[in-house]
Ligand binder design. Structure first.
Ligand code: NDP
Length: 328
């Protein structure tokens, strides 16, 4: 089968993905064989395909952290041939072959049944980015935050996590401010429900002050670094930031002032190893609460051949919203 594969590089070379014939016998062990119908391009896929960061830790590796497919064979009674399933994370596309091939062999425990009423294309459009956006919303809610507390800020708003977070939070009744470095995406973000556009420069430059004016009741941050530090300094007393990403950087040049003087909480969000109960809740809520017209507005469609180009584009911050990759 034709697959996008990262083979072990020669010493001194970068591990990059290339198309080649990949035998089913090269797939890793697992109790379920899937026909992959769709995948997506997430930031981490960009890193794996281009080799710009060492996310691939086993060779040969088929990248692709989002896998939507149909079960072909199963040795696990919990999963049956013909079931439509979603798989996000668990090291798939990093340490276990992922979605950029027509077949995948995986563990039944990793699979989430496609929620009723959600098409495979829609699940792919949501993907890890959208499922992570929902995990961020759930983290803010667990902290007791509601739209009555004030505005919510979404950083990296025109990206995948950001676009879904804007759409979800606005449908849930929040006043959403969208922070973006792409002013030309104002109409797009307003279409998703943003009420205010905040230029990326407000936070991304220079060191953050320990404390600023109290502006945001809550925030979803997929950017990290100076942006997260700047946002923390503007969160209202008792508010929280759900932090899931590092598009600007992995550092956090902040002070403890927001935590110790305003009781602000920094809520870490991980999608890769998230427990099954959280995944089931997130996917069921996405099926019920994500506005399909907004999902369509943020989605473009591509083929497997487009993935290397899209991988470069996402790392350059040039992809808008979500891309569905049709596999087979
Ligand atoms: P995207 O590239 O689609 O979105 C990231 C957005 O961040 C960009 O669209 C851009 O938004 C903004 N951005 C990019 N570069 C910079 C920069 N240098 N400074 C400030 N802002 C920047 O990626 P995803 O939405 O797929 O992922 C976003 C982040 O979340 C990534 O770091 C990813 O690794 C992480 N992630 C983490 C998960 C987890 O489990 N914790 C799961 C999924 C993603 P704009 O143009 O609007 O400014």
């Amino acid at each position: 089968m034709k697959a996008l594969v990262v083979d072990k590089p020669e010493a001194g070379q970068t591990a990059r993905a290339a198309f080649r014939d990949f035998a089913e016998s090269e797939l890793p062990e697992g109790d379920v064989l899937l026909r992959v119908t769709h995948s997506t391009v997430n930031y981490k896929d960009g890193l794996a395909v281009t080799g710009k960061a060492p996310v691939v830790r086993r060779f040969p590796m088929v990248p692709g952290i989002d896998l939507i497919g149909v079960v072909e064979e199963s040795a696990n009674p919990a999963v049956k041939a013909g079931d439509r399933v979603v798989l996000n994370g668990w090291g798939v596309g990093e340490t276990h072959c992922g979605a950029y091939a027509p077949r995948a062999r995986v563990k039944a425990d990793w699979l989430v049944p496609l929620p009723a009423g959600l098409a495979s294309e829609e699940a792919a459009a949501i993907g890890t980015a959208g499922y992570t956006a929902m995990l961020c919303v759930m983290a803010l809610e667990r902290h007791g935050l509601t739209p009555e507390r004030g505005p919510v800020l979404v950083t990296g708003a025109a990206g995948g996590v950001g676009s879904v977070a804007v759409a979800l939070l606005s449908s849930l009744g929040w006043y959403v401010a969208a922070s973006t470095g792409r002013p030309e995406e104002q109409a797009y973000l307003e279409g998703l429900g943003a009420k205010e556009i905040v230029p990326r420069d407000r936070y991304g430059n220079g060191p953050a002050r320990p404390l600023g004016k109290e502006v945001w009741a809550a925030a979803v941050d997929s950017v990290g670094s100076k942006t997260l530090a700047g946002v923390l300094a503007e969160v209202k007393y008792g508010g929280a930031v759900a932090a899931c990403g590092l598009a600007q950087g992995m550092d956090l040049p902040a002070s403890v002032a927001p935590f110790i003087l305003r009781g602000v909480a920094l809520l870490g969000v991980d999608s890769v190893m998230a427990p099954r109960a959280l995944r089931l809740e997130a996917w069921s809520r996405l099926a019920a609460q994500l506005d399909r017209a907004k999902l369509r507005a943020m989605t473009t469609t591509a083929t497997l051949d487009d993935v290397p180009r899209l991988a470069e584009a996402i790392l350059a911050g040039r992809l808008r919203g979500r891309v569905v990759v049709e596999i087979g």
